[in-house]
Design a protein around this ligand. Structure first.
Ligand SMILES: [Zn+2]
Ligand SMILES: [Zn+2]
Length: 225
């Protein structure tokens, strides 16, 4: 069996992965095995190797703070050279600018795992980078409505906002359950007010799906998109 994965193979695998993800979002049933089988025939590799590669894609998605396909548990044993390629392909196929977030976070994880960690020199003058991002025009009335409804309490854990801003506003973050990048709407049916801990957990947590489902159960105004 060939050892190195070509760009073409990786691209087809990422495309299949993103397709599964959008089917999940749209509630369209699919069989993962069919995707592996199709790729296996096309590229003469085992179905298992595509399944594992998709688990690597889940790992990169988590590093990027993106949703991953449930059932494809993130697997971090990934060739160093594959992280930037997979991240770039995800961005490309998704129409997002490549930022290298996953590459950076993967390096952090690897350095953390080293037994010897000499004091890093760091950089006195970090190079400036110009980064463009895609953003969506949002409705301030939606954010205001959600914040007023939350009444200074996190809608996930019910704790008080952790602090007031210098302007005297209770600090809560507003989160879209189906993200705007995933085609979610900017409406009160898709938006919650969260404390920073719950907000980060809904993006990065191992149990983020369960947390999300609990919010749908708890708040009758929410509509699954
Ligand atoms: Zn909370
Ligand atoms: Zn969010």
């Amino acid at each position: 069996m060939r050892k190195t994965w070509t760009e073409e193979e990786l691209k087809a695998t990422v495309a299949a992965y993103l397709d599964m993800h959008s089917k999940t979002l749209d509630g369209i049933p699919f069989v993962k095995k069919h995707y592996y089988a199709e790729l296996a025939t096309r590229f003469a590799r085992s179905e298992k190797s595509f399944e594992y590669r998709m688990q690597n894609i889940s790992y990169v998605c988590v590093l990027m703070g993106r949703a991953w396909v449930s059932g494809l548990k993130p697997a971090k044993h990934i060739g160093q050279q594959h992280v930037p390629i997979i991240e770039r392909l995800i961005c490309e196929l998704d129409g997002q600018p490549y930022m290298g977030h996953a590459v950076f976070e993967h390096q952090v994880i690897q350095y953390k795992a080293k037994s010897m960690r000499p004091l890093p020199l760091g950089t006195q003058e970090p190079a400036q980078r110009y980064a463009s991002t895609i953003s969506h025009a949002r409705d301030p009335q939606v954010k205001a409505w959600v914040l007023v409804t939350a009444a200074a309490k996190c809608e996930c854990c019910d704790e008080q906002a952790p602090f007031n801003t210098a302007n005297g506003e209770p600090f809560l973050e507003v989160h879209h359950l189906r993200t705007l990048a995933e085609g979610g709407s900017d409406t009160v049916g898709n938006t919650v007010a969260l404390c920073p801990n719950c907000h980060r957990e809904l993006h990065y947590g191992a149990n983020k799906e369960a947390r999300r489902d609990a919010l749908y159960q708890k708040l009758p105004r929410l509509i699954r998109e």
